[in-house]
Structures are given as C-alpha cells and as structure tokens.
Design a protein around this ligand. Sequence first.
Ligand SMILES: [Zn+2]
Length: 334
Amino acid sequence: MAGMLELKSMQCPLCNSKDKMIIGKPRRIDYLFSTITTIDLSPVNIVLCRRCTLIYVDPFPLFSDALLEKMYSNENKYFRELTARMERITHLENPVRCFRTARRFSEREIRNYLEIGCGEGFGLQSALTFNWNVYGQDVSPDFAATVKCRTGIDIMVGRIHEFSYTREFFDFIYIDSVLEHVTNPVEFMKYITNFLAPGGVIYLVLPNENSIPNFLKDFVFELKGSNQTSRIMPFSEPYHIIGFSKQSILYLGKILNLTIPYLIRKFSYNHIERYKQSFSITQLLCRQVFGLVHRFCDTIDKGVNMEVVFVKSKAEIMEKWLKRRLLFIKNENT
Ligand SMILES: [Zn+2]
C-alpha cells in the first residue's frame, strides 16, 4: 500500500493562512486505512483556521487515484443501505427541492445540467424529470457503472481537471456532498465556475461544521476526557478532509466572485435515522432525543446540513449596459 497516501504539511486550503488552532484528533480509522501501515497517522490533527474558520486535516492527507477508487467503491460499501424513509428523502425529495430552489435564483432558463460527484445517480435521475440535458461526473468507475444502469447516462469518470466541456456551457451545476472531500477547494470551485454560463447557478450541499450538534458532541468528548473531535472524519467513511461553516462559505463566495442569495443550515433532522441497522431500546431512545435536538437546531438555522446557492450574476453587466444605453438615448435627443 506504499505510495497510496502521503501526509503533507500545508497552510489553510481556503485562505492560505498559517494561523490555526488544534481542535482534536480524528475520530475513527477504518479497515481501509488501518491496512496502510507505511504511514503513521498518529501525528494527524483536525485544525481550525483562525482567519477564515475552515476546518481541515493537518498534516493534510493526499490520496492516490488508486486509494480514492478503493475509498469510493461498492466493495468498501461507501453508500450504505438507507431506511425506506431516508431513501425517499435523499433520492427524491431533496434533489427536487434543491432544483426548484436553484431554478428560483437562476437568471437564465436551465437547459444544461451538470452534477459533480453524482455518486449513485439519483440527482441525475431527478434532473431528467425536469427535462434538462443531463451530464454527470464522478471519480469512481464503480459508481459510473451504477449510474449507467440506473439512468442510461454515460458520466465522465475522473477528476474535474480532466473535463472537456465547453466554457460557460452549463446553466446549473449541482454539487452535493463533494466539496468536503477535495484537497484544494478554491482551485476546484474556480475550475467548475469556468463551465457555468453568466446568470447560471451552482447549488452546493455540504455539512455545516459549526452546527450545534457538533458542539454538543465535542462537549461530550471533552467530558469523557477524550482528545477526539466530532468534526470531519478523514480516515473513515465519509472521508471528509475539509469542513465549512457559513463564514468560510461566504469567504469562498468572495474569492469566486459569485453572489450568495441563499444559504440555509436546515434539513438535518433526517440524518438521524439514515441507515438500516438494529438498535437496542436505549439506543432507540437516544435517537429520539438526538432527533429532537436536530429538529430544534434546524428551526434556528444551526443544523448539521448546509445548502448554498451561488449565482454568476448578470446584474453588474446589465447595469453597465443600461448606463451606456441611457447615455446613448440622452445624446440622441440632444
Ligand atoms: Zn483559512
């Protein structure tokens, strides 16, 4: 397994600051990572950038393509079996709700849709019902095969810098549960933005690291005398290596020169009963309590899920054009 994983000391992947604060040790190390014996993971910390509030792994893990393929594979059971209710919500209701919101903020009619990290293809499936031209990308050949079976769509397999799409081709780009997995979020988003048409929208779904449930979990760790943190899990599913909050997302929007008309930290309540598994009565009771906490946090916009709309706004271009036009009319009349 040599060469599959490298640890690299880096400054903040979002703002390049070196000013950081350790918030704890990563939680679990799963079977896949425990087999990598060539690298000692014990010096790894989860840190918070004091400048932009991004949470990241330090030293930073760089995964080889072969390891990425293993992490996001059916064999590794990246997508576990959901409860029937969660299946309905995740595969159907959520994408449709997000697409309707995106359409509301789009400054142009949506024709061409791209999903980055389309996973099992449920987003693509929902997009087809909107009668859009549907395109997808994922790093996993395994998921690409599943998508082909489910939707008949041939997605692009590989990292995004291998894209061969036309610039400004897409009216809507949907990125659900992806940004928290990438090494360089700025370069990643800038690259994607090249393919977005003026007036088009990007809809981003990602975890909110500054949620109240995360603070509560870290408080419990502290009470137990553990040095671990609940934030991002780089070495066990879901393999998150960076973590955003509202503040760091607004920072990202500024770097990208995109407007953010919509940012919510709701729809987290559902996460509590995500996977099919058996529970003892005590665990079931705890789940009910967690469920209530999540529901409350959603109501006050401090939930564990975050959804953001970025718009490549045409407003400024329009304003300039209008000013020029008015000046022209004025000159014509004099
Ligand atoms: Zn930073």
